[in-house]
Design a protein around this ligand. Structure first.
Ligand code: ZN
Length: 263
């Protein structure tokens, strides 16, 4: 079975032997992994990992919380950026690496970690600048949003972006519908095994608008840590069960979606 993990933080220290993690994934049928950066140091780490491993591609991100200089990686394990991120500087870096990367992300809006209204406004200002940058760059955008889904979908649907991937989208049904109508892609995490929400999302979404992810080392199917790329097989099986397709058929479809989105 052909598998893809379009959102994994391979630079996380939970992955003590990255070479082994990647070769195990490959043995299990994983054909592509997108290694997701969240700030300047992890973006550089993502590029390094991608350079070494043909099945890995980098996506370079500016996580909304990091952008403000309010790093909240409470469990640790991802390199922290000190202070607010200079967006223009990081845009320049992303531009320089444009040909090497699969996407820009993760970027987005997060009101879970950022509760202050003024700071939320600043997040929206940053996100507006990022959207404008990606419109010109013409790369897919991988979006993180938590407790800010309404604002996020509003900003995305009024943008000119064509290729939007909503990673681990937790918005309510009306927002799932709005995103689906706009042609956005849902990247469904392995935690679908224990999440009613993602099962409903899969029911609502068209099979041509779905990809699979681990968000590794987080969001494992059974709550264990760290999550491994080959676990995306569980997402495929769950989608097959919900949509009454053969797992093989779902896997092939997701592979086609992946190629269409990321080229
Ligand atoms: Zn992530």
């Amino acid at each position: 079975m052909i598998l893809v993990d379009d959102h994994c933080h391979l630079m996380h220290t939970a992955y003590k032997d990255v070479d082994k993690v990647i070769s195990n994934a490959q043995k299990a049928g994983v054909k592509a992994i997108i290694c997701s950066g969240i700030n300047p140091p992890t973006n550089r780490e993502a590029l390094e990992i991608a350079k070494k491993h043909p099945i890995v591609r980098a996506s370079l991100g500016i996580y909304p919380v990091d952008a403000l200089g309010l790093e909240q990686d409470v469990e640790g394990g991802l390199t922290v950026h000190k202070g607010a991120i200079d967006l223009d500087k990081e845009f320049e870096f992303i531009k320089q690496n444009k040909e090497k990367i699969a996407a820009v992300g993760e970027v987005g809006l997060d009101y879970h970690w950022v509760k202050d209204r003024e700071l939320q406004k600043k997040e929206r200002e940053n996100f507006a600048r990022i959207i404008e940058f990606v419109e010109k760059l013409k790369k897919p955008m991988i979006v993180h949003t938590r407790k800010a889904e309404q604002d996020c979908i509003d900003m995305l649907t009024s943008s000119k972006l064509k290729n939007v991937v909503l990673h681990c989208f937790e918005g309510r049904k009306s927002l799932i519908k709005k995103a689906a109508d706009a042609g956005f892609i849902f990247s469904v995490p392995t935690s679908i095994a224990r999440s009613q929400h993602f099962q409903v999302l899969v029911e609502m979404a068209n099979i041509n608008q779905i990809t699979t992810e681990t968000d590794g080392p987080y969001l494992s199917p059974d709550g264990s840590f760290p999550n491994m790329p080959e676990n995306v097989k569980i997402v495929i099986e769950k989608i097959a069960q919900i949509k009454k397709f053969e797992p093989e058929e779902v896997a092939n479809n997701v592979w086609l979606n992946f190629q269409r989105i990321y080229g």
